[in-house]
Ligand binder design. Sequence first.
Ligand code: N01
Length: 548
Amino acid sequence: MGTSSTRGANGGDSRSTATPDVDAVVVGAGFAGLYMLHLLRGMGLSVRVFERGGGVGGTWYWNRYPGARCDTDSVEYSYQFSDELQQEWRWTERFATQPEILRYLEHVTDRFDLRRDISFRTTVTEAAFDEAEGCWRIATDDGARLSATYCVMATGCLSAVNRPAFDGLERFEGAWYHTGAWPHEGVSLAGKRVGIVGTGSSAIQSIPLIAAEARHLTVFQRQANYTVPARNAPLDEAEYADIRAAYGEHRRRAKETPAGCWWAVNPETAEEMSLPARERELEERWRKGGLSMYGVFNDLLVSPAANDVATDFIRKQIRALVRDPEVAALLSPGSFLGCKRICLDTDYYATFNRPNVTLVDISDAPIEEITRGGLRTGGREYEFDAIVFAIGFDAMTGPLLRVDIRGREGRPLGAKWADGPSTYLGIAIEGFPNLFTVTGPTSPSVLTNMVPAIEQHVEWIADCIAHARRSDRPCIEATREAEEDWMAHHEEVAAGTVFPACNSWYVGANVAGKPRRVMPYTGGFPDYVKKCDAVAASDYEGFSLSAG
Ligand code: N01
């Protein structure tokens, strides 16, 4: 701790004295961690950020697979806390590539002088609440120990890769890659026989590019996904000037939409519309591209009948785009639209018309094993020089549970969440005082534009910490009753949507053995923000303050 002989962030043991080494530890230096550092430092707190990667960026540091880009429009997938920043930065395309987003985050880091408080290539392995001292004791993989009054987990929702757990992987004589941990030096797949496992967003972005490069690409699909054309294009100067002139207004209006995005939500339900009007709405959103398909009908995510109208339309598009009717049928999902993340693509369906691309349906025949020369499924062996695992993430809970987090009485978070995550507002956890999760489970997070969702959380957490520090009992903790009430509300809202019906990562179905529970809050961004604001305005109702 501060007054005793500690090495703090640079290593060494801390002894238990009255003052923790730092006021706050922030875990992660992506969009969330960078802004958290900026705000807490601005409040006069001493802060240490630990980041597993060799640079800032989080998601955008690791996901360097071919075709990686954001599927939220770049002009809104950016911070709004600084108008100067949003006015000076110039996005080049409608949907920014991974390198461009990473450049943006590096720019933000330098512009706000954030780097000096970040320890890179440092993984937090343990965070334990010390009840006697009322502080968090943080341990990192380089042996360092640090104590902090507050601990903010800015670890992201999709940062713990779903590790390939296929028998025989170690025998494979070719090269294998995970889209979420792509080699920084790049990969040449030219002239190679490549297999790709998975057909989620990462695969759907990379498949057209890999197919153009590889000798042959075989795609192993467990469930088909809906994808809508991205219609990516450069952003021209006139268009950009208009956006800049009304940036604040765009941002304000977005906060009134369920997903916190700029695209309009149709105020009508499918039932309220005539058949031609529905068709026009669908055609228009397909033509414009992007995720606005989520807003095609007001009731898309709560009415199976409305959802059927949209899925019939998309299946019709697939039949028009894919020449082989059998392949088109395999690529046509049978699930609700939106209960798995809608994907955006550039030429995904057309890629299956290429002579060097084969689609293999593994819905009834899981991958049996990886062999020396490839992989075996359905009793047949496929030979490859390289395999790409586009198998996603242990979403939302994974990034938290991969750290050994212990609350009061040494209770592990993993034990508390054995049947699924339970939080208050997705921000705080009963039994874990002074611990905050940015866009944690049961917050809207992944069902919204992530950047405004992150900013809202970071600002709320900063205010909450300021509130606790004003008190002579600076230890703030969600009460059991508040957490139970929030979880009951969360589950009631989710039960009225299409989300529980699909095997998606939203419910943890993609990771073997993971408890099944709808993880993101499905009640929409505006209602959620209202609730958070009401809690803050009522002196942090549902939280208790104590000395430790
Ligand atoms: O991961 P996913 P992702 N055997 O989980 C399959 C965000 N994102 O990396 O559907 C065989 O969606 C799995 O099959 P199934 C975005 O929020 C954003 O693509 O579970 N297959 C699925 O097809 C996105 O939703 C952007 O049956 C296995 C695929 O692997 C999220 O990240 C870009 C398997 C995994 O799809 C995750 O996307 C990329 C197994 N054992 C990602 N295990 C943009 O902003 C899994 N699969 C553009």
